[in-house]
Write a protein that binds this ligand. Structure first.
Ligand SMILES: Nc1ncnc2c1ncn2[C@@H]1O[C@H](COP(=O)(O)OP(=O)(O)OP(=O)(O)O)[C@@H](O)[C@H]1O
Ligand SMILES: [Mg+2]
Length: 807
């Protein structure tokens, strides 16, 4: 009957589209009576086909063309043969449990974790006195008397840690000590910002294993400058003196591992918040070895650099640390490197990673960080890949089917949920209200005549032409880019290299020679790079005027002057000398032991330094340079993170003055192109804001190279030309409110990671909202811009926190 056939077909179609999931055990098909199951698996049945996956998510069987009726009837307890395997169905898996991935057993059954421990958190319980029978009444009274909270939990503004729930007490209070409130030292609470109080509670719950049974790790990924250090110091100080069970301290010794340049910063922060009496800390350096820490019982905190840690690993392994803190811990994202392996080898369970970089952009790196703080929580790397990484990545491909998209999203949500319990990230906005206004300027400086001539010559070189024809196998484009960038900073930087190349005869440097060929002829015959002038470089001219006007109008304020190149810093330093500006300098060659001293010197109100010369790549991360309130970025990096890092050195907690940021770009040159790339491509694609990415990682198409290697001589601002803005730069322009431009960041996992905007690279549409004007039309009250306009073709300006009260 045709009707019946249609009905049958429809039914077949329906079951084709609806998958069913079962948990099963399996073994190879055999005739043996006593079978031995070989393992658990997940059976996915869809119409006439099936897939069998092991609990690591790997396919262990697949087949099509099975009997539809038989597949429809599958139920608990049933055995059946599929793909040469015998299976017994243990139960039905809900489609939600499958799509979230929860049905795959992870690291010893964490599925219950995500929902239950959240509720557990809020359920405070009484100690179970009934179980607890101290030997005598007196004893008990003594116990209770000794077990008073260290600080009064009922004082107004007191910060009391949540009490552990019954389950926790059962696990960790075997001796039935009375429950005591853990209260943060009021001396610290007085200074804490609200987000820091929350952060301390978060860290406390994590390391106490209250958020996730038996897991004591945490990742504090707050954006730069939110005071991760203070939050950790508060935690250490609290756990070292108090604990919920009978008031007994939870930890004795803490190990803090940090980049070398920050070792002393940590010491200083301890001192700043706790003075030198409360807690004894020990920093390892050339003259202070780990042995000393071991010998002196009164030290409780050891601060050491990652490099020193490797060198002293054997001694460190012999010390029992109860808490491990890894500052700038994103460097542990690679589990293959020695440092990570060394830290994993330490037996300490309570582990905290601090990082200002978003951690979830790269799923593999994310795994490494998670697995470091809470080993095994996501299962093995191979199962993580199958269950999370692969479906999530597939779902983001443009070619992904609806089904793949859904599965990927669901798995991503589950991953966020699972890890969200011990990863905390707050963005900069949270602290903006405590900060003074920030005035950001992008200043387009006209190149000098010599610069233009040299620029043309370089673009006509054989090396550049080869690049554009895609003729070269090696990567001469990096050479060409490097030379153009140098030229933008100052022509004298090119002179020395060109001189060298001219005389060298090595043939591997052919490309380099072809780049510099004939360049010397463009320089004046008696050119001496040591006697460079400011006029030869557009930016240097602007810089020099800018410094002069700051010096004149704000004699008590200081300037941080940033470049990525040591050679450029040399030039800038020479300029300081010529004008008699007192200055100090920190770059890659500055011994680590001296860095903090230099920073402190500059920040001190008694210092006479006017300028801090900083190589952002060498020493930027984590430094506080709040002594300066003007920051000038002399050159631009491919990676916006480098520049953002530098900017947040001055606009951070403790800054007393309005902050002025100046980014200098040479009009029409490669610098504008790099800037555009920063804001359009990277900004919009939400590319990882990661300091480790350098230009070597960037792939350029020939088309892109053509654009890079073009000089726009007739534009006031190519970036503005690209904005599709209808103004002609003749007046201060600002568009609609910024909120209209939600920036999407597809790399992040879940919606609640999308909040940040202030520390993210700008997008083009956001830039359009900045005030912008050509220098000729500057009817502006900014006295600083007024003074430099002569050598400038265009300005962009944006003010954040305009109304902020200056403390
Ligand atoms: N509650 C506070 N009140 C005043 N100053 C604070 C407070 N919290 C932190 N600070 C100061 O803010 C500055 C930044 O703090 P910190 O160095 O800990 O930031 P961070 O989160 O580690 O940032 P980064 O990622 O750049 O290392 C420090 O000088 C610190 O002393
Ligand atoms: Mg820090």
């Amino acid at each position: 009957d045709p009707k019946e056939i249609t009905a049958f077909r429809r039914k077949e179609d329906e079951s084709e589209s609806q998958a069913k999931y079962f948990s099963v055990v399996w073994c190879k098909a055999s005739k043996k009576k006593h079978k031995k199951w070989e393992g658990d698996a997940v059976l996915i049945v869809k119409g006439r086909s099936f897939i069998l996956k092991d609990l690591e998510g790997k396919d262990i069987g697949k087949g099509i063309g099975y009997n539809l009726k038989e597949f429809e009837k599958i139920e608990e307890g049933q055995t059946l043969m599929v793909g040469g395997k015998e299976i017994e169905v243990m139960g039905v898996i809900s489609s939600d449990d499958f799509s979230s991935g929860r049905c795959f057993q992870l690291g010893g059954g964490s599925p219950a974790v995500s929902s239950s421990s959240l509720t557990a958190r809020s359920c405070f319980s009484k100690p179970f006195k009934s179980v607890c029978k101290p030997s005598s009444k007196e004893n008990r009274q003594n116990d209770f008397q000794n077990c008073k909270p260290r600080y009064d939990p009922y004082m107004p503004n007191s910060l009391v840690m949540p009490q552990p729930d019954k389950n926790h007490q059962w696990m960790f209070n075997k001796k039935c000590f009375p429950l005591v409130d853990v209260v943060i030292d009021p001396h610290l609470v007085y200074h804490l910002r609200p987000h820091q109080k929350e952060g301390i509670i978060f860290l406390y719950e994590c390391v106490m294993g209250m958020r996730m049974d038996g897991r004591c790790g945490a990742i504090l990924a707050d954006e730069m400058g939110l005071g991760k250090t203070l939050q950790c110091i508060s935690l250490i100080w609290t756990l070292q003196c108090q604990g919920p069970y009978g008031g007994k301290p939870v930890i004795k010794k803490t190990l803090i591992v940090t980049p070398g340049s920050l070792v002393n910063n940590w010491r200083k922060e301890f001192q700043k918040w706790l003075g030198s009496e409360r807690i004894k800390i020990f920093t390892v350096d050339q003259d202070h070895k780990v042995e000393e820490f071991v010998q002196c019982m009164f030290y409780s905190v050891l601060i050491i650099s990652y490099e020193m840690l490797l060198r002293s690993l054997d001694q460190i392994k012999n010390i029992k640390f109860d808490l491990l803190i890894c500052d700038e811990g994103h460097r542990l994202k690679n589990s293959a490197i020695k440092t990570t392996a060394a830290l994993i080898s330490l037996s300490c369970e309570k582990r905290i990673i601090l990082t200002g970089t978003p951690v979830q952009n790269d799923l593999q790196e994310f795994f490494a960080l998670i697995d470091f703080v809470n080993p095994g929580i996501l299962g093995s790397l191979s199962s993580y890949r199958k269950i999370y990484e692969e479906p999530i990545i597939v779902s983001r491909e443009p070619s992904a089917s609806e089904e793949e998209k859904k599965l990927g999203e669901r798995r991503a949500a589950e991953l966020t949920c699972l890890t969200g319990l011990f990863v905390l990230r707050r963005t900069q906005e949270i602290i903006n209200k405590y900060l003074p206004p920030k005035i950001e300027n992008v200043v387009f400086c006209r190149p000098g005549a010599l610069q233009i001539e040299l620029y043309r010559k370089l673009l006509n070189s054989q090396a550049v032409r080869f690049c554009l024809q895609g003729l070269s196998e090696s990567s001469p484009h990096l050479l060409c880019i490097g030379a153009l960038k140098k030229l933008c900073n100052h022509p004298c930087l090119l002179f020395s290299t060109a001189k060298e190349k001219e005389s060298s005869s090595s043939c591997n440097e052919d490309e380099e020679r072809s780049l510099y060929k004939g360049l010397l002829n463009v320089f004046p015959a008696d050119y001496n790079p040591l006697l460079f002038t400011e006029e030869e470089s557009g930016k240097l001219q602007v810089l020099s005027k800018l410094l002069a006007v700051i010096h004149e109008l704000r004699p008590t304020e200081k300037v941080v002057l940033v470049s990525n190149y040591t050679q450029t810093l040399n030039i800038l330093q020479e300029v300081c000398k010529r004008h008699g500006y007192a200055h100090t300098r920190l770059d890659g060659q500055t011994p680590i032991s001296q860095r903090q001293q230099i920073v402190d010197g500059f920040n001190s109100k008694y210092s006479s330094d006017f300028i801090f010369l900083l190589s952002s790549k060498a020493g930027g991360v984590g430094l506080n340079l709040i002594g300066g309130s003007h920051l000038i970025l002399y050159d631009i990096d491919w990676n916006p993170a480098t520049d953002i890092q530098a900017m947040s050195r001055v606009w951070r907690d403790g800054q007393k003055h309005p902050v002025h940021i100046y980014r200098l770009l040479t009009t029409g040159t490669i610098e504008e192109k790099i800037y555009q790339r920063q804001i359009s491509k990277q900004g919009l694609s939400g590319a990882v804001v990661d300091l480790s990415k350098t230009s070597e990682h960037i792939q350029f198409s020939v088309e892109e190279l053509k654009n890079l290697f073009t000089l726009h001589e007739n534009s006031d601002c190519v970036t503005h030309d690209l904005l599709d803005c209808d103004c002609t730069g003749e007046k201060d322009r600002t568009g609609d409110s910024l909120e209209n431009f939600a920036v999407c960041r597809p790399c992040q996992l879940g919606p609640h990671h999308q909040k940040s905007s202030s520390r993210k690279p700008l997008s083009m549409s956001q830039l359009k909202q900045w005030k912008h004007f050509s220098a000729g039309h500057l009817n502006h009250t900014d006295p600083f811009l007024e003074r430099i306009r002569e050598n400038v073709s265009f300005f962009f300006q944006n003010v954040t926190n305009q109304t902020a009260a200056i403390k």
